[in-house]
Design a protein around this ligand. Sequence first.
Ligand code: TMP
Length: 206
Amino acid sequence: MKGKFIVFEGPDRSGKSTQANLLSGYLEQKGLDVLLTREPGGDSVAEEIRKIVLDPAHKVSSMAELLLYEAARAQHTQQKIIPALEEGKTVICERYTMSSCAYQGYGRGIDMDIINKLNDIATLNLKPDLTLVFLMSDKYFAERGEYLFSDRLEREDEAFRHKMRKGYREIAAKTPNAVIIDADRPVAEIHKTVLHELVNYSILDG
Ligand code: TMP
């Protein structure tokens, strides 16, 4: 691929969106052509799937949930991300395959082999050049408050969120090109770390 593919991962409210926006602005100022997008969504079909899968009014089985995320991922990756990378754009995506491993694998208990297989099918094996995994400490996570948890996944109980967050740590440690970012720190400091990692991974010049 001509362009670079950067993924922002982590639990809800870990500051991914803020950092993705900051990075996108920074790269655009440097003259790069950037596509800032997200999962589930980023395309009209995938945004419709997003509404269904996140609607608290629905009761969704674990496997149906996984397949909905994978359907959205197939559409988004194949219709938007791959063409953008082929055009030489830098693609920044909030969430990607690691979210399914953490939420549906660790959180729901679905067999990781099934998830990995579906991820490969949905993405045509497209792997990120860099995955930044934003993790905050337990204390800080609790402080960010239940009041913010509003969609169907965010309403899952503490046990689910604990498993999902443990999952992120374990998966990040064994995924090539993945880095854990300490998300407890001030926004500007985290942004600096993000830029530093882009240099480390030869996405930006030092
Ligand atoms: P967002 O709030 O970060 O946009 O993500 C929507 C929710 O979907 C979030 O709670 C995480 C969840 N999710 C999964 O459970 N599996 C997935 O594969 C993806 C992409 C998101």
